[in-house]
Design a protein around this ligand. Structure first.
Ligand code: ZN
Length: 326
């Protein structure tokens, strides 16, 4: 690839579409985003995506025709071979939409489509906290729990393209009911959409002194209230948080045995807790991991934040381009 080449990364979300322009080293040269306006349907959103591609190029003096190509990270389920979004919970009306080909046609450059969490994982491995470990697992801890796997420098997509649904690994047999229909999923122990209602329920009944006070003041609780209250010694918050960290650690033990990664990264909104998250996760992991040799992964925080998906999608396009796949 000639020096000065640019690759465009897109991250399609229910609220925003993000675009980045990166060079061949993964340095982000520009970022721009549009609101998705998802309620107006797929054709409208695809038009916005292609306009965003043109806008970010124009603003930064890049000729669209000179782009090496476009990587698109998108929520799934996807048909990655055909570049199709099969369905999406956050994008009403998206059923069997050939997003890859539509973007290729409208922008006039080759494109690849991949799952957004997988894209974020590749981004973290490429230029984030993964530091090109090439054997990496990312857990994104937010309102839900997602993730992705990089193995031998390749993303693991699975036959159907849906590998990396790490939030729905069963951690507690017959445990909490998860919205996916299973019981005991990691997500139901470690996602804010489960932890916050549990904390509010406790606070409402007067349990958890600090939580109850915060709840009385604000009429609701947020994830940060739980971490803060746990840090300040609130018993209910501590119990919930410790259970979350334990569930994450158990997931990491399982992932260690499945993939033997060099690095496991924790990302997503909850990872903003930093050491309050890392320390107990590491402790629970140490207690449970089985060791025959010193092959435990390093557990770290992810570093690319909200850019990970778009950067990783661009990086994955480049990866395939360098191998002559696109
Ligand atoms: Zn589940």
């Amino acid at each position: 690839m000639p020096p000065g080449s640019r690759i465009l990364g897109l991250d399609l979300g229910g609220t925003n579409i993000k675009a980045v322009l990166v060079d061949e080293h993964g340095d982000v040269l520009a970022k721009q985003s549009y609101t998705t306006e998802a309620q107006q349907g797929p054709q409208h959103v695809i038009t916005r995506m292609s306009k965003l591609c043109e806008a970010i190029c124009q603003t930064n003096g890049v000729n669209v025709a000179s782009l090496v190509g476009i990587g698109i990270g998108s929520p799934g389920p996807l048909d990655i071979r055909r570049g199709i979004i099969i369905k999406s919970a956050n994008l009403p009306g998206w059923e069997n939409i050939p997003l890859r080909d539509e973007i290729q046609r409208r922008v006039g450059r080759p494109a690849v489509l991949l799952n957004d969490a997988t894209a974020a994982t590749y981004g973290e491995d490429w230029v984030g906290a993964g530091q090109r470990a090439e054997h990496l697992v990312l857990l994104t801890l937010g309102t839900g729990v997602g993730g992705g796997i990089v193995c031998n420098g390749e993303i693991v997509q699975g036959y159907y393209g849906n590998a990396g649904e790490l939030g729905h690994m069963i951690i507690v047999p017959d445990g909490r009911h998860c919205r996916c229909g299973q019981q005991g999923c990691l997500e139901s122990y470690a996602a804010s959409s489960y932890l916050v209602p549990l904390a509010e329920e406790a606070a409402r009944s007067g349990r958890g002194e600090i939580l109850a006070t915060l709840f009385r003041q604000n009429g609701r609780l947020e994830m940060e209230d739980i971490t803060r209250a746990a840090g300040a010694g609130d018993r209910v918050a501590l119990a919930l948080w410790d259970e979350a960290c334990r569930a994450i650690a158990i997931a990491i033990v399982n992932l260690q045995h499945a993939f033997n990664p060099k690095i496991v990264l924790l990302g997503g909104g909850i990872s903003a807790a930093g050491e309050i998250l890392l320390q107990p996760v590491r402790q629970h992991f140490e207690k449970r991991t089985w060791r025959m040799m010193n092959d435990q992964p390093e557990i770290r925080l992810a570093s690319l934040g909200n850019d990970a998906g778009a950067v990783g999608a661009a990086g994955w396009f480049l990866h395939l381009h360098e191998r002559g796949v696109v």
